[in-house]
Design a protein around this ligand. Structure first.
Ligand code: IVH
Length: 674
């Protein structure tokens, strides 16, 4: 029987593995595993060290407060150690923290301050007589790197505190979290890709890379920002409470995150944590949880710290959004246009509260960019949108048995020919009767934004196509009750419901029909514009490329694609059959636009949307403008009539003010809409 490895051997192996990940994280800003997975490794090591305490060495990763100082910057010893936080991953753990605090506070319930845990890197900013003199990274918690010139480039770090600073102390230290907004993060990654460099896995790594740039001019370009969360006078906290410290920093011109709450009980803290989790994706920056702190400074001092973290604070971490897993296979999905989309089949893994087992790889170029092979281990992430994406390949896990993905010459669904036209990223199945494409077309036609045929889902569409009862969307209108009841899982009641839905769809307005035909490049918006402009399917079908191209918002590619679609004899026949079946092919009213029953209140007006609107999403606002005949553009110019500004509006607002364009808020916008 094989001998179980000794605890010592397991400890040494774990330490080595952790150190390798630390180097990847801190020195190369190129992690292979998520924070949660890193924490789990540390916990595993800690558990083993507890079994054999004689094996604990001072240089074990469990004994360290933070990362290693980077080379290239002078070191600076922190006046008060920059501790890290203990983590909690459940409400029960938060309640246990509350219990501990009550015990330490001898039975009284302390107030807590709940703040967002910004996902960046902590900085210590020093002021003397109110003037910025130094910026230091956290480093290993007791010594950091002096990155003054770089910190100076962070616009949200005031170079001079406002007047009241001197009253508090001559020397003041503000601590906070430097971070990159999602937008800037995306920009940096796009630039890196263009330069042939690898993408940063997350904004935190990009921020930490930015602050360690040796050239401050490069740092300035990275547009780092900071939220302040602590104030010190030497080793001492100068305020009686954390809440006061936050307010004071704000009054001195520091940027303090507005999402914070003074809580009288742990229940209030929990409420805040839940509310913020819902808001998480709407913030312009990444957070990974909430930091809960005992409000009273006197109590904080009383509670003290264990080696690594204070007893008076805890981080409540949201479900991890990154994980590593293995690519078991790469399969191809055939869309309604015949596009073949490669999809990674993953070993199932928990991510942000759901089990993930697939991730789109978009196209061959993306597979190439990632350097991904079947059998590879990959780091995946699930962002605000539910679809997970592959961030990178973990090359160190390669065994040599991984296989390259090869686009097949034949469609996996119908064995039709596959072609990739020059200059296009997608390969397509060119067979006209490919069942996967037919199913896709039926599903689009029946979808909510198109002809809204409820009950026409995957299962029904698949059967109708497989049994050749339906060959195109016009065939739907000659379906009989018998055709449907003969299918699996289709009782008479559901069959007649589906038929009623199909009948009702005949009266949908023209733009729904145009959208439902699935003409390449014609989305809902374009369908609305076309319906409004031509008023009937026949007139649209007769339009020349030049006529189409003349329409505002219709470009040449779109125009050509529309013309090509109607030039196809099969499609021309399809339109005729739809009309003969009684489907409305005329617009109900020429003034209607895609989407909502609209008016022409905003006819000819140009809008720009910026910032987060309190009561509606950008898409909703856009739909409202368009339904009233207006247009939404992405940048502000002299032609812009209105800028609708919400919270954190960004540079578009500045531009509007420079150009004297009217700026309105959501309330005014709604008033204008009537
Ligand atoms: S308080 C002893 N407040 O989280 C108190 N930290 O995991 C430690 N962080 O090193 C810091 N947002 O980099 C605090 N509102 C916040 C924070 C925050 C982010 C970071 C900070 C710290 C790490 C601990």
């Amino acid at each position: 029987m094989p001998k179980r490895p000794s605890n010592e051997k397991a400890i040494n192996e774990l330490r080595e593995e952790i150190r390798r990940h630390e180097d990847l994280y801190y020195l190369h800003e190129n992690p292979e595993i998520s924070d949660r997975e890193y924490d789990e490794l540390i916990e595993k090591l800690r558990a083993r060290e507890e079994q054999s305490p004689q094996l604990i060495t001072p240089d074990s990763p469990t004994q360290r407060v933070g990362g290693r100082p980077a080379e290239g910057f002078p070191e600076f010893a922190h006046r008060r150690p920059m501790l890290s936080l203990d983590n909690s991953y459940s409400i029960e753990e938060l309640r246990a923290f509350d219990e501990r605090c009550r015990k330490l506070a001898e039975g009284t319930a302390p107030d807590y301050v709940a703040e967002l845990k910004i996902d960046g890197l902590s900085l210590s900013i020093h002021y003397e007589d109110g003037l910025f003199v130094r910026g230091v990274t956290r480093g290993d918690g007791s010594r950091g790197e002096d990155v003054t010139a770089n910190v100076r480039t962070i616009r949200s770090v005031p170079l001079r505190l406002r007047s009241g600073a001197a009253k508090v102390a001559r020397e003041i230290e503000v601590r906070g979290e430097a971070y990159l907004s999602r937008k800037v993060f995306e920009r940096i990654n796009a630039e890196r890709e263009e330069d042939g460099e690898s993408r940063f896995a997350n904004p935190r790594n990009a921020a930490s890379g930015a602050i360690r740039q040796l050239d401050p001019a490069m740092v300035a370009k990275r547009r780092l920002e900071m939220f302040a969360y602590d104030a010190l006078a030497g080793e001492r906290k100068p305020f009686a409470t954390q809440w006061e410290a936050l307010d004071w920093m704000e009054s001195e011109g520091c940027r303090v995150n507005p999402n914070r709450r003074l809580c009288k009980s742990i229940d209030e803290v929990i409420e805040f944590c839940n509310a913020m989790e819902l808001k998480r994706d709407k913030l312009g920056y990444e957070i990974d949880g909430v930091v809960v702190k005992v409000n009273s400074t006197a109590l904080q001092d009383e509670f003290g710290a264990t080696g690594k973290a204070p007893r008076w604070a805890i981080a409540y971490k949201y479900a991890a959004r990154q994980a590593t897993t293995q690519v078991l296979d790469v399969i191809l999905q055939v869309g309604r246009t015949g596009a073949l989309t490669p999809v990674a089949v993953l070993a199932p893994v928990q991510l942000g509260g759901v089990t993930v087992s697939r991730s789109t790889l978009h196209n061959e170029d993306e597979i190439e960019r990632l350097g991904l092979r079947i059998g590879d281990w990959v780091l995946i992430e699930r962002g605000g949108d539910v679809i997970p994406k592959v961030l990178k390949v973990v090359e160190s896990k390669r065994t040599g048995r991984e296989k390259k993905f090869q686009m097949p010459e034949r469609c996996p669904e119908c064995k039709g020919r596959v072609s990739r036209p020059e200059g296009e990223v997608l390969s397509r199945c060119v067979a006209a009767d490919c069942p996967a494409q037919l199913i896709g077309r039926l599903l689009l036609f029946g979808s909510r934004r198109a002809m809204r045929i409820e009950g026409l889902g995957d299962a029904l569409a698949e059967q109708l196509i497989a049994k050749k009862i339906v060959r195109d969307v016009a065939d739907l209108y000659s379906l009989k009750l018998d055709n449907l009841t003969a299918l699996e899982r289709m009782a008479e009641k559901s069959a007649s419901n589906v038929l009623a839905q199909i009948e009702a769809s005949k009266a949908r307005d023209l733009w729904h029909l145009i959208y439902g035909l699935g003409i390449r490049h014609v989305g809902e918006r374009t369908a609305g514009i076309l319906a409004r402009h031509f008023g009937s399917l026949e007139r649209l079908g007769r339009a020349t490329v030049a006529e189409l191209d003349d329409i505002h918002e219709i470009g040449l590619t779109m125009a050509q694609s529309i013309r090509d679609w109607f030039d196809d004899p099969g499609n021309a026949r399809l339109c005729r059959r739809l009309r003969e079946a009684g489907v409305r092919t005329e617009s109900e009213k020429q003034t209607r636009s895609g989407g909502t029953e609209g008016n022409e209140r905003f006819a000819g007006k140009q809008f720009v949307l910026t910032g987060t609107l309190p009561g509606m999403s950008r898409d909703e606002a856009r739909a409202l403008v368009e339904a009233s005949g207006g247009r939404v553009t992405s940048s502000v110019s002299k032609k812009t009539d209105f800028v609708v500004a919400g919270a954190e509006p960004g540079s578009k607002l500045d531009k509007a003010q420079q150009l004297g364009v009217a700026v309105i808020d959501e309330a005014e916008f709604k008033k204008m809409l009537g």
